[in-house]
Design a protein around this ligand. Structure first.
Ligand code: DAH
Length: 339
């Protein structure tokens, strides 16, 4: 029995040594240590031994089982590691392959500036309104106190669709539409596209953007307009920027002013951009003409108001120190800079 055990050990060790795969090793293990394996068969012979030999032989059989199990386990680790390594080196992942990368876009500079201006006025309690781009002559001119012989009505300047229907040439139309709908107190801005028959150059485009503003209440004065526009100038052009008013004429305001802000290139010293004056024009404004209030059913003896209209493209060009064409051409190399 002892010899049989020794032979089993030496045969088993050489079979373990010869196993070339985890699968072959497992088969060998079942053949030797399994329920119907060679060691189990030897164990069955124990009952034929004399009683006094049985404990010693039983112990020897258990030692052999423990030794073989540990040999199988060591060999298993070696074979398993080798198999994983060869699999990994056979299965290379090509990380150089081209992959389509989505380009993340950004908002157009005009949209960003419009949103900032809108936020500014909303923070002062203004509402934001919208009005049609295709308008009637009434909203674009008549209600705004613009007489039939006013040069702005010239077909040379305005895109007429029919005699009475046109592409709005100013967002001032939004003033009328708002005053027809809401009674004072009113604080509103109305941003949008406007159209004029201009050729595209560094300062003009046949389609551009304006933001109209209107405040109507009791006791509104030009001081309110000035104070608010000074806040606007320092907010958008820098802390020391102010505004100045120059007398002007618009049919829908009386008195009317053209408003300049401190030049944000030279901060008032005088440079090429402000043509040496230290000021740049930013918008038109004034006290709402009595006729305009009356046209909208608001009593001009009870209420007063101020209005202003600014070119969004112009303000964007001033803030970003660029020009009209760059803002409208949508050259991706230009737009990417605003990411
Ligand atoms: N609508 C004028 C324009 O397009 C701008 C403007 C000037 C608007 C004075 C106003 C204003 O509300 O009061 O040139």
């Amino acid at each position: 029995m002892k010899e049989q055990l020794e032979k089993l050990v030496s045969d088993s060790l050489s079979q373990i040594g010869a196993a070339e795969s985890v699968k072959a090793l497992n088969e060998t293990k079942v053949k030797i240590l399994g329920k119907s394996g060679e060691l189990t068969a030897l164990l069955r012979n124990l009952k034929d031994l004399p009683d006094e030999q049985r404990p010693a032989v039983g112990k020897a059989v258990n030692e052999v089982r423990a030794k073989l199990e540990s040999e199988f386990s060591k060999k298993f680790d070696d074979l398993h590691r080798a198999e994983v390594e060869s699999k990994l080196s056979a299965e290379k992942i090509d990380i150089t392959i081209d992959k389509y990368v989505h380009d993340v876009g950004c908002l157009h500079p005009l949209t960003c500036v419009r949103d900032k201006i809108t936020d500014f006025f909303v923070s002062l309690g203004f509402i934001v309104t919208d009005s049609p781009e295709i308008e009637t002559d009434y909203y674009n001119f008549e209600a705004l106190n613009t007489p039939a012989d006013h040069p702005a009505r010239d077909v040379q300047d305005t895109f007429y669709i029919t005699d009475r229907i046109l592409l709005r040439s100013q967002t001032s139309t939004g003033q009328i539409r708002t005053m027809e709908r809401i009674k004072p107190p009113i604080k509103m801005i109305s941003p949008g596209r406007v159209y004029r028959s201009d050729d595209l150059d560094a300062t003009h485009s046949p389609m551009f953007h304006q933001i109209e503003g209107l405040v109507v209440d009791k006791n509104i004065t030009m001081c309110d307009l000035k104070g608010m526009l000074d806040m606007f100038a320092s907010h958008f052009f820098g802390h020391n920027c102010k505004t100045r008013f120059r007398p002007s004429y618009f049919p829908f305001t009386e008195p009317s002013v053209e408003v300049d802000a401190t030049c944000n290139h030279c901060y008032g010293k005088g440079c090429r951009v402000c043509k040496g004056t230290g000021w740049i024009e930013i918008l038109g404004a004034g006290m709402v003409n009595r006729n305009v209030l009356a046209n909208c059913g608001i009593d001009p003896d009870e209420y007063t108001g101020f209005a202003f209209g600014m070119g969004l493209d112009r303000i964007t060009n001033i803030i970003h120190k660029t020009d009209m064409r760059a803002v409208f051409e949508n050259d991706i190399r230009f737009l990417k800079q605003f990411k």
